[in-house]
Write a protein that binds this ligand. Structure first.
Ligand code: SF4
Length: 156
């Protein structure tokens, strides 16, 4: 997997203070996309074990308390990213049990593959659907366009 950016302290991509990873790779090609440089799956930087370890350490950092991890892009559920993202969200669940996970994807919840569902089963909030320019509304919270849905899951 490749990623375009990692912010260890972020207050704009989800509720609270967060760690945010913008992955590379997106096949939705939404008109008006704000992040076209992330479309190519091999753009940006190679995601390595050291970064994953750093994300876990940042989430557990007591000096700056993070509420959770945000996964955006690009698309974290792009088929080339799913396996690595699943490994990451499993680690967060195991090693950072009090943190939440938010994930933005251009795929809709009802069209996900089994592998994509395995990731979504471990996140707290999914914002799904392509960005549709004609439905764009800057007043929307956490969404760029009104077709997108904020799904809040209750995990056991
Ligand atoms: S899903 Fe997001 S990153 Fe992908 S093309 Fe649409 S707006 Fe851009």
């Amino acid at each position: 997997m490749h990623y375009s950016a990692y912010h260890s302290v972020d207050v704009v991509n989800g509720e609270g203070t967060r760690c945010t990873l913008f992955v590379s790779g997106c096949e939705h090609a939404c008109k008006g996309c704000y992040n076209q440089s992330t479309w190519r799956a091999d753009s940006g930087h190679l995601y390595i074990q050291a970064l994953e370890d750093q994300i876990i350490a940042d989430l557990n950092d007591k000096r700056i308390k993070r509420r959770g991890l945000t996964l955006s892009g690009g698309d974290p559920l792009h088929p080339v990213n799913v396996e690595t993202i699943l490994q990451l969200v499993k680690r967060v669940r195991d090693e950072c049990p009090d943190k939440d996970i938010w994930l933005w994807s251009g795929y809709q919840l009802n069209e996900l593959s089994e592998a994509q569902h395995a990731v979504v089963a471990l996140v707290d909030v999914l914002i799904d659907g392509k960005f549709e320019q004609e439905k764009a509304d800057p007043a929307l919270l956490w969404r760029g366009s009104s077709n997108q849905i904020v799904h809040r899951f209750t995990r056991e």
